[in-house]
Design a protein around this ligand. Structure first.
Ligand code: FAD
Length: 336
C-alpha cells in the first residue's frame, strides 16, 4: 500500500549527543539541513534524545533548528540501538518528517538503517552531497558508488521519510546565532526496560592518543611512497612544526605504516583542513574523496604524472625524503 507522501513535512536532523555534548557532525547537519529546509520552504527540526539533556535544545536552536523534539528518559541516558531506534521510529510515525539526516558516526551507522527498516523507507549512506530537486522538491542524495569510480545520485520516490547519513567533516558547520528563537516539543517516550535487549555496563573512553584529523587545520599525509613506519616519523616532525596532524592513505595503513584512525578517504575520514600536504600519495579517487575539499593541497611525489598533481594547488616533484627535511629546515630558519 503506498503512503500518502504529502503528509510528510520538514527536515529533521538527529542531534547526536554524548555525555551531554552535541557532536560536531550534528552541527554540520544543521548547517546542511538549514539550506535544504529553506529550499523546500519548511522547518528545520532537531531530534534530541537522552536524559537531562534539555539544556542542549537552546544550543540546537542557536545552530539553526526551528524546533527541537526532545525525548528524555533514564533509559536513553546512554545510547542503545533498541532504545534509540524505537523512540525515533515512534517520533517519525507521529510527526512525519519528509527528510531525516543522521551523522555517519558509529552511532549513526548503527541507528539509521534500523530506523529506516522499521519505518519502511530507504536510506542512502555516506552521502557527500545533498540537494533539492528544483521541480518536485525531492531530496537528491549523492554518494560515491562502485568503489568510488562514479558518483551516484539516489532518490527515494515512493516512501517517506527520505533518509541519508553523512560522514563527519563533509558538510560545513552551521553558524551559531544566540539570538535565534525556536520551539521545544516534549516527546512522550513510550519505552520499557524490556524493549532494550542490551545493557550498557560501563562506558570506557578509548585510551590511545586521539588523532583529531577532522578538526585539524594542517594535515601532513603519507602514502605507500613514504616507504616505512619510520618514514612517518619524518611526516610527524613536519606536522609538529605546523601544529598539524599526520594522516595516511589506505595503502599506508594496510602495510602497517600508520594506524587506521589516520586513514583519509572513502573508507577513512573526510577532512577539510586549510592545508593538506600529500606525501608519496598517488591520488586515487578513493583518497581524493576524503580530502579534495581542503583549502590548499600541496603534493610531493617523485612521479610527475601522479594523478594527485591534477588536484594539487602546489606540486613538488621529488623524493619526499629529500623534500620534507628541506621544508623543515626552511621553517626552522624562519623561526630563528
Ligand atoms: P600508491 O598508489 O602505491 O602510490 C604511491 C605514490 O608514492 C606513487 O604516486 C609514487 O610515485 C609515490 N612515491 C613513491 N616513492 C616516493 C618517494 N620516495 N617520494 C615521493 N613520492 C614517492 N585509499 C585511501 O587512501 N583511502 C581510502 O579511504 C580508500 N578507500 C578505498 C575503498 C575502496 C572500496 C577501494 C577499492 C579502494 C580504496 N582505497 C582508499 C585505495 C585506493 O584505491 C588506492 O589504492 C590508495 O589510495 C593508494 O595509496 P597510495 O597513494 O599511498 O599508494
Amino acid at each position: 500500500m503506498s503512503k500518502d507522501l504529502t503528509a510528510y513535512k520538514n527536515v529533521w536532523v538527529f542531534a547526536e549527543q554524548r555525555q551531554g555534548q552535541i557532536m560536531p557532525v550534528a552541527i554540520e547537519l544543521l548547517g546542511e539541513g538549514r539550506k535544504l529546509a529553506n529550499e523546500i520552504g519548511v522547518e528545520l527540526c532537531a531530534m534530541l534524545l537522552g536524559d537531562n539533556v534539555e539544556g542542549l535544545a537552546k544550543e540546537l536552536i542557536a545552530f539553526g533548528a526551528d524546533k527541537v523534539y526532545l525525548a528524555q528518559s533514564p533509559l536513553l541516558s546512554t545510547f542503545t540501538t533498541d532504545g534509540y531506534a524505537n523512540v525515533i521510529t515512534d517520533m517519525i510515525n507521529e510527526y512525519k518528517p519528509e527528510v531525516v539526516l543522521c551523522g555517519a558516526s558509529h552511532i549513526g551507522r548503527d541507528l539509521a538503517p534500523r530506523v529506516a527498516a522499521k519505518v519502511g523507507t530507504g536510506l542512502t549512506a555516506d552521502c557527500t552531497k545533498l540537494e533539492i530537486d528544483a521541480e518536485d522538491k525531492k531530496l537528491l542524495q549523492t554518494r560515491p558508488a562502485f568503489g568510488g569510480n562514479i558518483m551516484a545520485t539516489i532518490i527515494c520516490p515512493n516512501h517517506r521519510p527520505q533518509m541519508a547519513t553523512v560522514r563527519p567533516g563533509v558538510m560545513q558547520k552551521a553558524a551559531k546565532d544566540e539570538s535565534r528563537t525556536g520551539e521545544v516539543v516534549t516527546v512522550d517516550v513510550k519505552l520499557a526496560k524490556e524493549d532494550i535487549r542490551t545493557t550498557v555496563v560501563e562506558v570506557v573512553k578509548e585510551k590511545k592518543a586521539k588523532v583529531n584529523l577532522v578538526e585539524a587545520e594542517f594535515i601532513v599525509s603519507g602514502g605507500r611512497g613514504v616507504g616505512s613506519k619510520e618514514g612517518f616519523e619524518l611526516l610527524q616532525k613536519l606536522a609538529d612544526k605546523l601544529n598539524g596532524v599526520v594522516g595516511a592513505s589506505r595503502a599506508a595503513v594496510d602495510i602497517g605504516y600508520a594506524e587506521y584512525q589516520r586513514q583519509v578517504g572513502q573508507t577513512g575520514k573526510t577532512v577539510r583542513p586549510q592545508i593538506y600536504i600529500a606525501c608519496g600519495i598517488s591520488g586515487a579517487i578513493q583518497h581524493l574523496a576524503g580530502m579534495q575539499e581542503s583549502d590548499y593541497i600541496i603534493a610531493i611525489n617523485k612521479n610527475p604524472d601522479a594523478p594527485i598533481f591534477k588536484i594539487a594547488d602546489y606540486g613538488i616533484v621529488g623524493d619526499l625524503h629529500q623534500v620534507i627535511p628541506q621544508i623543515i629546515a626552511a621553517l626552522d630558519n624562519k623561526e630563528n
